[in-house]
Design a binder for this molecule. Structure first.
Ligand code: ZN
Length: 218
């Protein structure tokens, strides 16, 4: 796609961003990863992310974004219990208001300092959450605003935007990293690597997609 240009991948060591990392390695000349810490319940996430980046032989940068946990209370930045189901009239309490706008802004500043104009993020509109800052319209808007703010020509890539979890597994398989994504990533809210705890919302979603994909694949 942009074989002669480098990219920065927003990277957490989960299924989605790891798939994005390998997607980026295929489409860009070189790749850097950027991982945010912001009061995650499990610092293990950072270790997992660092190990995957090392295996992929790409630079790994950690940015302390813990200011986010000072801004509002939710289940990803504090010890309150997460909702098992999405409340009908609001977002689940795993929603961190403003997170992706802040992350993309931080990422663009860092990308700029490395002479990088391509930014890759694993947000998806196809999944259950419906977080407003995962929608395509938000990404297009943020891309335009960030370009105007810095007088730059960043391009934000969202290879998973229209893929549900089944299709994300399929992409990992097509990229030849199905086993890496299955065995080495951490998506579970309870901090258990690979197939996870099996009962948190994130594990359920991941497993449903995996079961579907394996059925389709036959
Ligand atoms: Zn889990």
């Amino acid at each position: 796609m942009y074989k002669n240009e480098p990219a920065l991948v927003l990277f957490s060591g989960g299924q989605d961003s790891t798939t994005c990392l390998y997607w980026a390695l295929k489409h860009f000349s070189s790749v850097r990863t950027l991982c945010f810490t912001y009061g995650q319940r499990h610092s293990k996430e950072v270790d997992v992310a660092r190990a995957i980046a090392e295996e992929a032989n790409v630079p790994f940068q950690l940015l302390d974004a813990s200011i986010i946990s000072q801004l509002s209370v939710n289940s990803l930045t504090s010890d309150i219990v997460m909702d098992e189901e999405k409340p009908e009239d609001s977002y689940p309490n795993t929603f961190v208001p403003g997170r992706n706008l802040l992350f993309l802004t931080f990422a663009a500043v860092i990308a700029r300092s490395h002479g990088i104009r391509h930014i890759v993020t694993g947000v998806s509109e196809a999944d259950y959450s419906g977080y407003p800052d995962c929608r395509d319209t938000f990404i297009l808007s943020a891309n335009a605003s960030i370009n105007l703010a810095m007088d730059e020509h960043f391009q934000i890539h969202t290879p998973l935007m229209w893929r549900d979890k089944t299709a994300v597994w399929q992409l990992a398989d097509e990229l030849g990293v199905f086993d890496i994504v299955r065995n080495e990533t951490l998506t579970c809210y309870n901090g258990i690597i690979a197939d996870g705890c099996g009962h948190c919302p994130s594990c359920k979603l991941r497993k449903q997609g995996l079961d579907n994909y394996l059925k389709i694949k036959g």
